[in-house]
Design a protein around this ligand. Structure first.
Ligand SMILES: NC(=O)c1ccc[n+]([C@@H]2O[C@H](COP(=O)([O-])OP(=O)(O)OC[C@H]3O[C@@H](n4cnc5c(N)ncnc54)[C@H](O)[C@@H]3O)[C@@H](O)[C@H]2O)c1
Length: 461
């Protein structure tokens, strides 16, 4: 490269950096105290600097200023009556972040920690993740600070019906299609679909995904996020001549994503030695017996600590943070945001971890990601590694439109192909923009370009 071209490149890079910094500062100013949203925006904007430097059209057209601002966000009162006859009030949210490439799509989370910041970070991430799947779906997210833990079926039903009575006004098969997330599984989706159906009339299958198989759901949707994360990590491992076969794996969480990540990793020959819930974690050196975890969590809705009563060879440790001190080859955080901090990342590295695949959304802090990248740990960011869930949701929408169902094998094959494509596109984008092997940068760029170019095509709207 001659020195004039180099100097121009540097100048473009400086301009791009200043632009990104300015947009980030305005996000902080306009969204005070929303730490999770700031964190997600920072991670994404930082990785887009080389894109801004190479394609100034995005700066000229204010794409970053527009992409960090949700198209719409609603927050609403959700009143309901508990089993004691007492009136309870929760807050509901839906963010419709970006519809440039398709209808808003993203899950609903029911958890006491839910607030505007969490919903916006998830909606922003979802926009790029959905683009990365290669399917025509925009980004959205929603939920409530309702805690389903310890509630009766009747209470969950009355809450979800009240939640849907308001959410109903904002969603539809061609505009916004929610799904499940933390605290929202088959039971909650069933109640929400029932209420939407009652208000709307007919059988509007396409309005929600993650539905039961009896009324328009897709095979493999339940397994999709966990299976997809393992397929993605498998691609990373293959690039270094490694595999799941014979490896030791630690998975956090014991919910939808964790359970099917454990199942697929074990099918590929790994020994999964630990998993957790929000109270603590279990360690079973001979490999976790998944049937027990599934019964405890999916049927009895009890705590993971119960596991050791049936498997005395295993141990239970109160508090979930130390799960990352267990030595493993592969770590799959599948519980919640910011569960791996810098110290936990250092411990994993010291213990010889070779790959980390994010099943949960933003489970690693920015500092933890730095530790992994600096130590050449294969790192699969959430946006790429856990996109299998929403990818199969889009396949569910396709089947609903066709009024047709694919077999388990057909959907699983499609999921596999999608995860391989996400991996390849992320690798290629990372290389093209000067960060070979950095899938955080690669996934952000590959997801961003499709959304940004669609926004350019639509004009300033
Ligand atoms: N369900 C999906 O299809 C999907 C898709 C993409 C990403 N995700 C993400 O995956 C993560 C898990 O979602 P899910 O659908 O499995 O939810 P879930 O409600 O089925 O399970 C969550 C699990 O995490 C545990 N947990 C919560 N806080 C914890 C903590 N601090 N430490 C350890 N465990 C904790 C809970 O006890 C539970 O076992 C979330 O970040 C979610 O946004 C889910």
């Amino acid at each position: 490269m001659n020195s004039t071209v180099e100097a121009e490149l540097n100048e473009a890079e400086i301009l791009a950096r200043n632009y990104v910094q300015k947009v980030f500062e305005s996000v902080i100013k306009r969204n005070p105290f929303e730490n999770e949203f700031h964190q997600a925006v920072k991670e994404i904007l930082d990785s887009l600097v080389p894109v801004m430097a190479k394609h100034p059209k995005y700066m000229k057209n204010g794409i970053l200023e527009r992409i960090v601002e949700p198209e719409r966000m609603v927050s609403f009162r959700v009143p309901w009556v508990d089993d004691q006859g007492k009136v309870q009030v929760n807050r509901g949210f839906r963010v419709q972040f970006n519809s440039a490439i398709g209808p808003y799509k993203g899950g609903l989370r029911f958890h006491p920690s839910v607030n505007a910041s969490i919903i916006k970070f998830l909606g922003f991430e979802q926009t790029l993740k959905n683009s990365l799947t290669g399917q025509p779906i925009g980004g959205g997210k929603g939920g409530s600070d309702f805690d389903p833990k310890g509630k009766s079926d009747g209470e969950v039903m009355r809450f979800t019906q009240s939640f849907m009575t308001e959410l109903y006004k904002y969603i539809g098969p061609d505009s916004d299609v929610p799904a499940g997330d933390i605290g929202v599984g088959a039971r909650e989706i069933g109640f929400m679909f029932g209420q939407y159906k009652k208000l709307h009339g007919g059988h509007p299958s396409g309005v929600l995904t993650g539905k039961g198989l009896l009324y328009g759901g897709s095979l493999v949707r339940t397994e999709a996020t966990g299976y997809g994360a393992v397929y993605f990590v498998n691609e990373m491992l293959k690039s270094k001549g490694l595999s799941f076969e014979g490896s030791t794996v630690v998975v956090s969480g014991s919910g939808n994503v964790a359970i099917y990540a454990i199942q697929k990793a074990a099918q590929l020959g790994a020994t999964v030695v630990a998993c957790s819930d929000s109270n603590g974690y279990i360690y079973d050196k001979d490999g976790i017996k998944l049937e027990t975890v599934q019964r405890l969590k999916e049927v009895e809705r009890s705590r993971i600590s119960e596991y050791v009563k049936e498997h005395p060879g295993a141990i239970y440790i109160e508090g979930c943070e130390n799960i990352w001190s267990i030595a493993c080859d592969i770590a799959l955080p599948c519980a919640t945001q910011n569960e791996i901090d810098e110290a936990a990342a250092h411990t994993l590295v010291l213990n010889g971890v070779k790959a980390v695949g994010e099943g949960a959304n933003m489970p690693s802090s920015l500092e933890a990601i730095d530790v992994f990248l600096k130590n050449d740990v294969l790192f699969g960011p959430a946006k790429a590694a856990n996109a299998g869930g929403v990818a199969v949701s889009a396949l569910e929408m396709a089947q609903n439109s066709m009024r047709y169902s694919w077999t388990f094998h057909e959907v699983d094959d499609k999921l596999h192909v999608i995860m391989k494509n996400i991996y390849r596109n992320s690798v290629e984008a990372a290389e093209e923009y000067g960060h070979p092997g950095n899938l955080v940068v690669g996934a952000n760029i590959a997801g961003f370009i499709k959304v940004a170019d669609s926004m350019l095509a639509h004009g300033i709207i």
